[in-house]
Design a protein around this ligand. Structure first.
Ligand code: ADP
Ligand code: MG
Length: 240
């Protein structure tokens, strides 16, 4: 579903991604971890071309992401993204936040988009908040709206960039639970997170990045119990 082959990226002189090879199958849940500044967000943002790569080949769902002929909007319709800060439109209700893209981008009717929005709001556990404004919701509820908004486009891939990092601790669990259920349903997911419990329990594979490189990857039990790389060991020991 997602293929990074020898991907390099620079920000000006700064070499942020180095020879990335990463292949993610349909239905796989990959958790990307690593120190701040190691390139995790950049890696994620290349997938939907929020960032362009300098060289190498990146193929997402059989589309060459960086080809001139690639329809970027079509690519993005298929990829939902959830950020640390929820990026909801403050002046719009929860429902309108969710129905906006399906109506504008996919040309869906209001009634159809509303039905889908209510379906996903129910899925994330807050159908009663449809008429509320973002400012009337807790952080955890806002993030669940952001997830519902992503899902309403029926993407094949969901990207999560530290979706719980801005939340009060008591709200982290409700967002992770939604992500867990998505994973169980077979969504292809790439998640950057510091929630190691989630990574252990839900990930099919852990990817450890440091200084723009993938230093180590493996299934959670092996990675967490027996990391091979010294820098991975150091990173994990600092978390505890
Ligand atoms: P992470 O998500 O692992 O913290 P990022 O991908 O956000 O890492 O950033 C990796 C490095 O690239 C950091 O050193 C950061 O300062 C730098 N960087 C990120 N975005 C830009 C940008 N738009 N221009 C220049 N440097 C950037
Ligand atoms: Mg980041």
């Amino acid at each position: 579903m997602i293929h990074f082959s020898q991907i390099n990226k620079h920000y000006g002189q700064f070499h942020v991604l180095r020879d990335i090879d990463l292949h993610i199958k349909s239905g796989e849940v990959v958790v990307v971890i690593g120190p701040s500044g190691s390139g995790k967000s950049t890696l994620l943002r290349c997938i939907n071309r929020l960032e362009t790569v300098t060289d190498g080949e990146l193929v997402v769902n059989d589309t060459k992401v960086n080809d001139k002929s690639t329809d970027i909007n079509k690519l993005r319709r298929n990829i939902g993204m959830v950020f640390q800060h929820f990026n909801l439109y403050p002046h719009m209700t929860v429902l309108d936040n969710i129905t906006l893209a399906p109506m504008k981008v996919n040309g869906m009717s209001n009634s159809e988009a509303t039905e889908i929005a209510m379906h996903y709001l129910t899925k994330v556990g807050i159908p009663d908040k449809a008429k509320s404004f973002p400012s009337q919701l807790s952080g955890g509820q806002q993030q669940r709206v952001a997830i519902a908004r992503g899902l309403a486009m029926k993407p094949q891939i969901m990207l999560f960039d530290e979706p719980t990092s801005a939340l009060d601790p008591e709200m982290v669990g409700e967002v992770l639970d939604v992500m867990k259920s998505l994973a169980k349903e077979g969504m292809t997911m790439v998640c950057v997170t510091h929630e190691m419990g989630f990574a252990r329990e839900v990930a099919d594979r852990i990817v450890f990045m440091d200084q723009g490189q993938i230093l180590e990857e493996g299934i959670p039990s092996e990675f967490f119990n027996n990391p091979q790389e010294e820098r991975a060991r150091q990173f994990l020991s600092r978390l505890n």
